[in-house]
Design a protein around this ligand. Structure first.
Ligand code: GLU
Length: 498
């Protein structure tokens, strides 16, 4: 029987989740669900200096908002917990010691000052100091010192770290599901610290130990971790553990120019780079994006379905997603296109759902209206909107009479005989008992014909008095919705004012 797919999203709680991190989570989720597997959230908080209060909660809330919940993680304990590395602290050291026993790692006593000195000396000669096979015998560690010396130092409480002993002169064959095979000469690797003098593991050790203990089958993460793949592969080998499959997702690039998308790009371009607001930075949620739209555009950042289809629900993504269709090259972030996705999703949403959100905005303006009325308004204007926050500007005249009239339009449409014509229209409307769009349209049009007036003399000024401007959907629909008395009142007010 093949192993159950288990993937993890392993963010460090060092701040808000960047949109790239969210994409990593999404691709993990899609891969897990596509393959009937589990999606695990693991909080990698071993670096206490970079810990930020509230970041873990933020990550969980962001996943929730996107509708991609984890199966196991903090607060959802499964069989492999705890899921926060700080709560697993005590288990890492024994693994580091295991590697020392196997001759795959060693104690190093070099002080920060000594290492700094080496670095400076190298820099002065235009070189870079690398701690590895070529100099480790000359440095202060359990490979260069005698057993007694090492024992004494440890007994005396001298600070030490545990370093990985990177092999010399080996050709490493690394595998990545997206990039294929990668060859690396092990001689270029440095002896990375696995265990720190503060008693905490480094990212590398904790990450590998936890992936192993949590039975992770596929590691799907950002391209920035590709340089760690050699060490991680070596670590699995050193422990004698099965290596999971790796997939490194392409970077998300700036909208224009070179380089990775950054927070500053968002500030400059006026678009969010976080799913939810964080301090002064507005998130996608607060900017009025639907989670469906965010999931949709994120999925297409670096993945392609192989067809022309662009709009995908989460379920469709789960059905269609494969790592084989993830690109190697960077994916350009396109804020305009993201807005387009929201517009598309807004059209898909039901009028009822949109009306509920819009009602909250109306409420803030002190406007209350029947839910069904709001729904009808939404239905008539939504095709012009990308966001619910666009609704008010598109529909204010449904809720209040115009407080002013577009000046240019007045100049063009308000002729000498207009007040008289409008007065007659008001009278005509007064005779109607059924006041629905179709009935009004029939009546007004027949009347125009009988009076041998032109449409241009009646319709544009009528729109101007009802809406205050030349904008909006079908005029008779508007009048039908605002009702007979309101339509007549608006005509009368305009006659008095213009
Ligand atoms: N803690 C790492 C990060 O912050 C996880 C990298 C990985 O997935 O291995 O992204």
């Amino acid at each position: 029987m093949s192993q159950k797919v288990r993937v993890r999203f392993a963010p460090s709680p060092t701040g808000p989740l960047h949109i790239g991190g969210l994409r990593t989570a999404l691709f993990n989720y899609l891969f897990a669900k596509k393959n009937g597997g589990d999606f695990i959230l693991r909080i990698e908080d071993t670096d206490q200096n970079r810990f930020v209060e509230g970041a873990e909660q933020y990550i969980i809330e962001a996943l929730d908002w996107c509708g991609i919940p984890f199966d196991e993680g903090p607060g959802k304990e499964g069989d492999f917990g705890p899921y926060r590395q700080s709560d697993r602290k005590q288990l890492y050291k024994s693994y580091a010691l295991q590697l020392i026993e196997k001759g795959k790692a060693y104690y190093a006593f070099d002080t920060a000052e000594a290492l700094d000195q080496h670095r400076k000396e190298h820099e002065a000669k235009g070189k870079t100091f690398i701690y590895n096979w070529h100099n480790r015998q000359k440095l202060t560690n359990s490979l260069s010192l005698s057993n007694e010396e090492v024992r004494d130092k440890i007994a005396a409480g001298e600070a030490y770290v545990i370093r990985f002993k990177s092999p010399e002169n080996e050709t490493l064959l690394l595998k990545d599901m997206i990039r294929g095979a990668i060859e690396i000469d092990s001689s270029i690797l440095d002896d990375k610290v696995l265990f720190k003098s503060d008693g905490m593991p480094t990212y590398h050790l904790a990450n590998i130990v936890d992936d192993h203990l949590m039975q992770i089958t596929h590691v799907i993460r950002g391209e920035e971790w590709l340089p760690s793949l050699a060490l991680h592969t070596l670590l699995y080998g050193a422990f004698g553990w099965d290596t999971p499959e790796f997939a490194h997702l392409p970077l998300i690039m700036k909208p224009v120019g070179k380089g990775k998308l950054s927070k500053r790009d968002g500030e400059k371009g006026g678009f969010p780079v976080f799913p939810l607001s964080w301090n002064q930075s507005e998130g996608y949620r607060e900017a009025g994006f639907f989670p469906e739209a965010v999931v949709n555009f994120l999925a297409l950042l670096g993945w392609n379905p192989g067809t022309e289809q662009e709009i995908f629900s989460l379920e469709e993504l789960v059905d269609t997603f494969t790592l084989g269709r993830v690109n190697k090259s960077g994916a350009r972030f396109d804020p305009e296109k993201n807005n387009w996705y929201n517009q598309q999703w807004l059209q898909i949403k039901s009028d009822g759902e949109l009306a509920k959100i819009f009602a909250l905005e109306l409420d803030k303006k002190g406007i209350s209206a029947e839910p069904l009325y709001i729904e009808k308004v939404v239905s008539s204007i939504k095709e012009r909107a990308a966001f619910v926050k666009d609704f008010w500007e598109l529909s204010d005249y449904f809720f209040q009479a115009p407080s002013s009239y577009n000046e240019k339009a007045v100049k063009k449409q308000w002729k000498e005989d207009t007040p008289q014509i409008m007065g007659q229209v008001a009278e005509l409307l007064g005779t109607l008992s059924d006041f629905d769009s179709q009935k009004i349209e029939e009546t007004v049009k027949t009347w125009i014909g009988e009076k041998e007036l032109s449409f241009g003399k009646v319709m544009p000024p009528l729109r101007l008095v009802i809406v205050g401007d030349m904008k909006g959907p079908h005029l008779f629909d508007i009048m039908g919705l605002i009702g007979k008395q309101e339509s007549i009142n608006r005509i009368k007010t305009a006659i008095a004012q213009l």
